[in-house]
Design a protein around this ligand. Structure first.
Ligand code: LHQ
Length: 266
């Protein structure tokens, strides 16, 4: 296989779990146009596939993702300045919105450094597991840019203003252990147990009621800026919808029959 024939994104299915693996390890999985396009297409396909009940975002090699590929002609200042606004709007906006509205839970498996837009993509996932050797880097200030790809939205929601500003203005690498302590991620996992913990958690998420989980994500995101009245109304509307859905009946029946539920709604 020639270098150009190596797929930039690997797609792996294990039952109801779909793993999408960034696959440019020699560039620390930096995001070029082709990788962003492949990831968006794969997420669209997963969203439309009723057999997929959990999407894992992972990466090959020692890094998770170094963010935007700075050698990409669309951003490189070589040959004159480029319209970076167009790049973030055309490549990253659809990716972030697609990730954040997946009909199934998403899990980021961060095995190494996650920088810039790479960190943003990981942090857009519902659950983030990081290998102890992994780190998170707001790399934007080092190249005189602002945080993008939804970073300014997601960071203060996760860790508050002081920690967001510290991370973004100083641009220090945050270790996985510190990221867990900050509440930036769900969990830092020891290196040897990482792959098995990712697989086990993905299977658990896939067995959960997808539609209820997707509504929960929506409500929590909207609740961050809603009034209490708005949150109560939105919860009631979602509960109304879910109360008519098959998964609720299955959940209650399974509970009364003392067996594991088999959820199917999406
Ligand atoms: C890279 C990259 C990279 C290309 C390492 N590109 N090659 C969106 C669109 C529009 C405008 C801009 O904003 C955005 C969002 C963004 O994501 S902006 C932020 C872009 N990312 C960065 O600025 C991170 C740059 N990389 C780094 O700071 C370091 O490489 C990290 C901390 C990720 C890893 O450090 P090390 O482990 O020490 O590895 P390294 O620096 O030696 O890199 C290894 C190779 O990977 C090296 O290539 P080489 O040919 O010398 O072996 C790097 O040039 C290459 N690489 N990041 N983003």
């Amino acid at each position: 296989m020639t270098a150009s024939a190596v797929p930039v994104l690997l797609s792996e299915r294990d039952g109801a779990v779909l793993t999408l693996r960034l696959n440019r390890p020699e560039a620390l999985n930096a995001l070029d146009a082709q990788t962003c396009g492949a990831l968006l297409l794969a997420l669209e396909a997963a969203a439309a596939d009723p057999q997929v009940r959990c999407v894992v975002l992972a990466a090959s090699g020692r890094a998770f993702c170094a963010g935007q590929d700075l050698r990409d002609r669309a951003v490189s200042p070589e040959g004159g300045p480029k319209d970076l606004g167009a790049v973030v709007s055309e490549r990253y906006r659809p990716l972030v919105l697609r990730l954040r509205s997946m009909p199934v839970p998403t899990l980021a498996a961060v095995g190494g450094v996650a920088a810039g837009a790479g960190a943003a993509l990981a942090l857009m996932c519902d659950v983030v597991l990081a290998r102890r050797q992994a780190s998170f880097l707001q790399a934007f200030a080092a190249i005189a840019l602002v945080p993008d790809s939804g970073s300014t939205w997601v960071l203060p929601r996760l860790v508050g203003r002081a920690r967001s500003l510290g991370m973004c203005l100083l641009g220090d690498k945050l270790s996985a252990a510190q990221a867990e302590q900050f509440g930036l991620i769900w969990k830092c996992v020891d290196d040897e147990g990482f792959d098995s913990e990712v697989a086990a958690l993905a299977r658990r998420l896939a067995a959960q009621p997808s539609r209820a989980l997707a509504r929960t994500r929506e409500l929590l995101d909207a609740g961050a800026t809603a009034s209490l009245e708005q949150a109560l109304d939105a919860e009631a509307a979602a509960q109304r919808e879910l109360g008519f859905a098959a998964d609720f009946a299955e959940g209650v029946t399974a509970f009364t029959q003392k067996r594991a539920p088999r959820f199917t709604d999406r």
